[in-house]
Write a new protein. Sequence first.
Length: 356
Amino acid sequence: MNREMLIEKIENGERLNQAEGEALYELDLYTLGELADGIRRDKYGKKSYFNINRHINPTNICKDVCKFCAYSATRKNPNQYAMSHDEILSIADHSVANGAKEVHIVSAHNPEVGLEWYMGAFSKIKLKYPQLHIKALTAAEVDFLAREYDMSYDEVLDMMIESGVDSMPGGGAEIFDEEVRDFICKGKVTSTQWLDIHRKWHQRGKMSNVTMLFGHVEERRHRIDHMLRLRDLQDETGGFNAFIPLVYQRENNYLKVTNYPTGQEILKTYAISRILLDNIPHIKAYWVTASIGLALIAQEFGADDLDGTIEKESIQSAAGASSSHGMDLQEFVALIKNSGFQPIERDSLYNELRVH
Ligand code: V47
């Protein structure tokens, strides 16, 4: 398909297929940016969403071995830990006192702590703070718990709801292409299982996010394939709030990568996701992996959400991201304003709480 026909299709709001998605990467950055920004502007004008949240990573002891991961306790990260419920609760206390509206709880796949350790943490937080949104357990963790405790996905998901989990984070999706997935995280939840778990979660009337880990050994076609599998599921369920491209962080892990994506490639990927994913409302430029500078620019390339203040983050910072201490609220707001956008504090389901 030639360039003009591709652009016309996008301007007419027509859906693109795999080959057309791949062809988008051949457009120059400014054309792509203009197209993605046009879609973003129609939906949200100059609004940029964020929330006041806290990431909690309660254990790093993991049964699975993902080559890209620097967080799990292995030879490269010998500092094993598993927090007690009291420790997790005291983090929640501190975060609520600082204005957090959401806790984002993602752990490793720890076979030693027991099912009650996972679920009990949620119910204790919910009992103490009924208004605090709990976004917890990736589909990879759900799959791990189901296997470890001989339960069905349905049983784990129902237990999550009973324990007070409000929504699911988008982790564990990595790259859906089976060959790449086998190479980077063999043995973990498969692509079909990941999608099935989110389908079941959505069928319960619950929302979730989805990530895509890129900039390692995958090719552009794998990213497009990943997005299109998501678009199909979203057509079916409508349960995804946000798509989050995660830029691969390279330090302290076992994935040997020589070609890192340029800023241009990262911005193109944001823009393409905005164009292809016409049914997922929000594109999140997760500043932790994109860097705050690029995340702010990504607002002009289709992204309308910057995640949140985070307070502390352990997974990507273990692999080199500068996110271990989160972001000061006033500074975050000022950065968004300075970049020409309107900072809108949202809740976890994108209801607008405050225009800063
Ligand atoms: O799936 C692990 C990623 C994810 C590396 O739902 C890495 O709002 C980059 O789930 N370089 C977990 N990424 C994080 C996650 C998440 C993050 C932000 C927002 C949301 C949301 C969810 O962390 C894993 C994996 O893809 N990760 N190692 C690395 N070296």
